[in-house]
Design a protein around this ligand. Structure first.
Ligand SMILES: Cc1cc2nc3c(=O)[nH]c(=O)nc-3n(C[C@H](O)[C@H](O)[C@H](O)COP(=O)(O)OP(=O)(O)OC[C@H]3O[C@@H](n4cnc5c(N)ncnc54)[C@H](O)[C@@H]3O)c2cc1C
Length: 430
C-alpha cells in the first residue's frame, strides 16, 4: 500500500489525510499539538478555527458559495463535518468550533488508514512523498527547513494591498502609463490637490484593525501600511507611493498625485493597489479608497491586511500540481501554499490530495480547469505574478471569463463550473 506523510492536522492537512486514506493510501499525519501550540491555536483537537467560526456564504451569488458546492459534490470530508456542526448564521456556514474540531479529530483517529503522530516535524523527509500543510504559523524549525528548500521564496509576514475588480474602475478618471515612460501597463488613478487632501484626511483618521500580541513586535518598516505612512505628514504619500513625478497627463502637466493599479492576474481583470498595504478595517477600506474619483464604485476582490503569515512564493516554486519544481515528491497545501482562508485551505487540501494520489499512482490526467472555483484557486497559485506574490481567497475574478449578459454572468459561471465538476468527478480517483 502506498504511504504519504502529511505535516499539520489543520484544515488542509485533515482534508488531505482523509481523502488519501479513503482512496487507499496509508497516511502518517504529524501534528505538533498538544505538546506544542502556535501563538493562535489553543484546542488540542485538529482542524481548529483560530479566529472567526465561519466558512463564509453558501449562496451561489458568491464565489465562496460555488467553491462549497463544488467541494460538497466531490465529497469533501472536512466541509461535510462543517455542515454537520452548522449554527444559524443566515446564508453563512458558521459552525460550533469545538464540535467541529472534535468531529474531524474523531473521523481522523478512527480511520484505519491514518496513523496520527503527535509531534513537531523539524526535518522534512526528502525521500518520501510528503504534503506540507503546517499553516500560516508553521513552527520555527520547520519554517527554517522550508526556507532551505525554497530559498528567498518563503515569507514570514504579510502586508497585503487590496485587490480590486477592473470593471468597477471608472477608467475615464485614469490614464495608462508606467512611470518615466509614455506607455506602459499601469493604470493610474488621478487625484488633484483637493481630492488628495480629502483622501489624506480620511485615511489618517480611519479605523484600523488592532494587531495581535504576537504581531506587534515586527516593525513593518519595509512595507509600512499606507495609513501609517500618511500620518508622517501631508506630503509623505505624494512623495512616496502616490507621487505624480514621472507621469505626463494629456495636457502635458504632471498629476498632483496618482494611485497606481498593477495587473494581478493573467486574465487582467484583477488589479492590485500599488503600495497600499493597509490594516484599516474592511468598511474603512471601502469608504476611504472610494474617495479616489476613479474608485468611487470600486469592488474589492480582496481587502488589504497585515498579520503573521508563512507562505511560499507558489508561482515561483510549485508545479500546477502543487509539488515543488525541484522535488516532485514534496507537495504544499493550505495557507502555506498561498491560499487565504479556512474554506480555501480545505479546498487546497482536497486538490493536493487528488494530485498526490495521481503522483503515487502514476496518473497525469486531471488538472482542475479555471472554469471551476477549485481550479481557479489552484490556477492562481501557479499563474499569479511572482513579484510580490500574496495569498488569495476565492473570488469570481479568478475564474475564466464567460460570455454572458451582466445580470446572468454569475449563474452562467456557476452552471459552467458545476457541469465541469460533474464531468471531473467521473474521472477522479481512477
Ligand atoms: C491569527 C489568524 C487568524 C485567522 N483568521 C481567519 C478567519 O477568521 N477566517 C478565515 O477564513 N481565515 C483565517 N485565517 C487564515 C487561515 O484560513 C487559517 O490560518 C487556516 O487555519 C489555515 O489552514 P491550514 O490548514 O493551512 O493551517 P492550520 O489550520 O493553521 O493548520 C496547521 C497545523 O499544523 C500544525 N503545525 C505547525 N507546525 C508544525 C510542525 N512543525 N509539525 C507538526 N505540526 C505543525 C499546527 O499546530 C496546526 O494544527 C487566520 C490566520 C491567522 C494566522
Amino acid at each position: 500500500m502506498k504511504k504519504v506523510i502529511v505535516i499539520g492536522a489543520g484544515l488542509a492537512g485533515c482534508e488531505c489525510a482523509l481523502q488519501l486514506a479513503n482512496h487507499g493510501v496509508k497516511v502518517e499525519l504529524y501534528e505538533q499539538k498538544p505538546s506544542k501550540f502556535t501563538e493562535a491555536h489553543t484546542n488540542p483537537n485538529f482542524c481548529e478555527l483560530v479566529c472567526s467560526n465561519t466558512f463564509k456564504s453558501t449562496s451561489l451569488d458568491y464565489a465562496s458559495g460555488l467553491l462549497k458546492a463544488e467541494l460538497s459534490e466531490l465529497k469533501s470530508q472536512v466541509l461535510d463535518c462543517a455542515y454537520k456542526c452548522k449554527v444559524p448564521a443566515g446564508d453563512a456556514l458558521a459552525v460550533d468550533r469545538n464540535m467541529f474540531s472534535k468531529m474531524v479529530t474523531d473521523l481522523i483517529k478512527s480511520n484505519p488508514n491514518i496513523t496520527v503522530l503527535e509531534k513537531e516535524v523539524t526535518k522534512i523527509p526528502l525521500s518520501e512523498p510528503v504534503i506540507i500543510a503546517s499553516g500560516p504559523l508553521t513552527s520555527a524549525h520547520l519554517a527554517e527547513e522550508i526556507k532551505q528548500l525554497t530559498g528567498e521564496s518563503f515569507y514570514f509576514y504579510d502586508a497585503l494591498a487590496p485587490i480590486i475588480e477592473l470593471d468597477s474602475v471608472d477608467l475615464s478618471k485614469t490614464f495608462k502609463q508606467d512611470r518615466w515612460n509614455e506607455e506602459g501597463e499601469h493604470i493610474n488613478c488621478i487625484l488633484n490637490k483637493e481630492e488628495y487632501t480629502v483622501f489624506w484626511q480620511e485615511l489618517v483618521n480611519a479605523q484600523r484593525v488592532p494587531l495581535k500580541h504576537f504581531e506587534t513586535e515586527k516593525v513593518f518598516e519595509g512595507c509600512l501600511p499606507l495609513e501609517v505612512m500618511a500620518k508622517r505628514g501631508f506630503d509623505t504619500l505624494r512623495f512616496g507611493p502616490m507621487k505624480g513625478k514621472g507621469f505626463k497627463l494629456e495636457d502635458g502637466t504632471e498629476p498632483y498625485a496618482v494611485l497606481q493599479l498593477r495587473k494581478e492576474n493573467i486574465l487582467g481583470n484583477l488589479y492590485n493597489l500599488v503600495g497600499c498595504q493597509t490594516n484599516l478595517t474592511y468598511p474603512e477600506q471601502r469608504r476611504v479608497f472610494s474617495l479616489i474619483p476613479a474608485l468611487k464604485n470600486v469592488k474589492f476582490a480582496r481587502y488589504g491586511a497585515m498579520h503573521r503569515n508563512s507562505y511560499i512564493n507558489a508561482p515561483k516554486v510549485l508545479t500546477n500540481k502543487f509539488s515543488l519544481k525541484e522535488y516532485n515528491n514534496i507537495f504544499f497545501a493550505g495557507q502555506i501554499s498561498g491560499v487565504e482562508g479556512y474554506l480555501e485551505s480545505v479546498a487546497s487540501g482536497f486538490l493536493c490530495a487528488v494530485y498526490m494520489w495521481q503522483y503515487l499512482n502514476g496518473k497525469t490526467t486531471t488538472v482542475f480547469p479555471a472554469t471551476t472555483a477549485l481550479g481557479a484557486l489552484g490556477n492562481y497559485l501557479v499563474c499569479a505574478s511572482e513579484v510580490n506574490f500574496q495569498p488569495m481567497h476565492i473570488t469570481w475574478g479568478l475564474l475564466s471569463p464567460i460570455n454572458a449578459p451582466k445580470e446572468q454572468k454569475k449563474s452562467a459561471l456557476v452552471n459552467r463550473a458545476l457541469n465541469e465538476i460533474k464531468n471531473i468527478k467521473e474521472q477522479l480517483w481512477k
